[in-house]
Design a protein around this ligand. Structure first.
Ligand code: SAH
Ligand code: SF4
Ligand code: F3S
Length: 443
């Protein structure tokens, strides 16, 4: 048996894609191994979203080179977004044999075989149609409870700072039958949660090629998945403020097993910045969506992404972001300082003019405020009862289990004979800014 070691960087889509790749390679007789020393093939699935994500990968390639010096027949492949962006420059690294973009994974076995004839292989063709709908990923998660399902690929939104549309290609939705089939198979294998993934799930749209009047939108898709079983939790990300309609909110309100959590990236609280980012909503429209979520799903957790120090961002723009955060009071946020990505609209037309120290200072202010809000949000949960899906044993204490509330907050509690995959009701007794402390209650 040949052994493959896969290292994954970047977002949940890459985690899913690595599982697809493993499935493709297993059919060719490969099995997964846990270390580079025992691998015949090392694959690194990469991310280009910010410069530091790429720097880490260059560092890893240098590290793999140590291993290759000992074993000349070791094969190293770079997959994913950075493969698509950096292209042949990656092949110049002495350790790299294969460069494969996100839409080319079906050709990996052939590329591996062809290395014997030609030491270097590259395929970075993007596709308008590839959704890997027929491939069942080999799950590599540790818990066997929660899994990702990719429902669409690519992105058509062209936010001016973002590399994703260039490295993932244009948006395409996957056949809903294949999504429901995959979710059903997971449920039958003991999984209790699926997380439906797309860059903008609200623009999911399947048009049946046999009968174009037959369409499925995202609100309908989450219903189809929720109907598999009330014991299967449904999550999804990412929602886009410009496209998130009320239909999705109503589907969420209808089905208790669709978790009341919306990840709604705002990026900035300043209208001038939002316009410059080409986000296609303004602060008022964003707030209208927030109010609608709270009206239809009063207990919904709301999380976001924020970028600090975008091109020409002033102190006033930055303050607008802080004031929007005060207005929404997010339960959680992913916060970044702007990183210029080559060849994006921003790189070609704007100047990356906020000095690095100032970007960092603004980011730290944003993080500090969010930490306060996260703690307040957790404190508000003390005394409440939540249904939690048990995911495993707590890292800090073997006598305790951990799981997540529907709002995606991590909860720890004494085991009381329960195990991963069980649903329990817990009462929150205390908290930190990251975790809810709780105990099991009879329901
Ligand atoms: N499709 C999702 C997010 C994809 S990328 C959406 O539209 O919201 C995840 C997050 O990375 C983005 O929401 C943004 O906050 C951040 N990001 C993207 N490009 C970036 C860049 N050039 N510099 C810093 N952060 C960036
Ligand atoms: Fe990037 Fe915007 Fe697409 Fe999200 S919606 S992936 S931020 S271009
Ligand atoms: Fe994801 Fe990074 Fe690519 S965030 S889509 S792996 S650029």
């Amino acid at each position: 048996m040949n052994k493959v070691f896969i290292e994954t960087y970047g977002c949940q889509m890459n985690v899913y894609d690595s599982e697809l790749v493993l499935s493709i390679l297993k059919k060719e007789g490969y099995e997964l191994c846990g270390s580079i020393e025992s691998a015949d093939l090392i694959l690194v699935n990469t991310c280009s979203i910010r410069e530091n994500a790429e720097q880490r990968v260059w560092g890893r390639l240098d590290h793999f080179l140590q291993e290759k010096r000992k074993r000349q027949d070791l094969i190293v492949g770079v997959l994913g977004c950075m493969a698509e962006r950096v292209k042949e420059k990656l092949l110049e690294h002495p350790v790299v044999n294969i460069v494969a973009g996100p839409d080319t994974y079906r050709t990996l076995p052939k590329m591996i075989n062809d290395i014997r004839e030609n030491a270097k292989q590259m395929n970075i063709q993007l596709s308008r149609h590839e959704t890997y709908a027929d491939i069942t990923p080999v799950r590599t998660d540790k818990n066997g409870v929660s899994a990702f399902i990719s429902i669409m690929r690519g992105c058509n939104n062209m936010c001016t700072y973002c590399i994703v549309p260039y490295v993932r290609g244009s948006e395409r939705s996957r056949d809903p039958h294949s999504i429901v089939r995959e979710a059903k198979e997971l449920f039958e294998a003991g999984y209790r949660e699926v997380n439906l993934l797309g860059q903008n799930v609200d623009s999911y749209l399947w048009v049946d090629p046999e009968n174009p009047t037959n369409t499925t939108n995202f609100a309908q898709l989450i219903e189809l998945v929720a109907l598999i079983s009330p014991k299967l939790r449904v999550r999804f990300s990412t929602s886009h403020p410009k496209d998130m309609g009320n239909g999705v909110l109503y589907s969420m309100a209808m089905y208790p097993n669709i978790c009341s959590h919306i990840h709604l990236p705002v990026q900035s609280g300043s209208d001038r910045m939002l316009e410059k980012m080409n986000r296609k909503y303004d602060r008022a429209k964003y707030m209208e969506r927030i109010h609608k979520i709270r009206e239809i799903i009063p207990d919904a957790a709301i999380t976001t992404d924020i970028i600090a120090g975008y091109c020409s961002e002033t102190i006033e723009d930055h303050k607008a972001t802080l004031s929007l955060m005060e207005e929404v009071k997010y339960d959680y946020a992913f916060m970044f300082q702007y990183s210029m990505r080559p060849n994006t609209y921003a790189a070609r037309h704007f100047t990356d003019d906020v000095p690095l120290e100032e970007k960092t200072r603004r980011l730290n202010e944003i993080i500090e405020l969010q930490n306060r809000h996260s703690l307040e949000s957790n404190q508000k949960d003390v005394g409440k009862v939540f249904e939690v899906l048990v995911e495993g044993t707590s890292k800090k204490n073997k006598e305790e289990l951990f799981g997540r509330t529907p709002g995606n907050k991590v909860c720890v509690f004494p085991a009381c004979g329960h195990k991963a995959g069980d649903y329990v009701h817990v009462k929150v007794t205390g908290c930190t800014s990251a975790t809810l402390l709780s105990e099991i209650v009879e329901q």
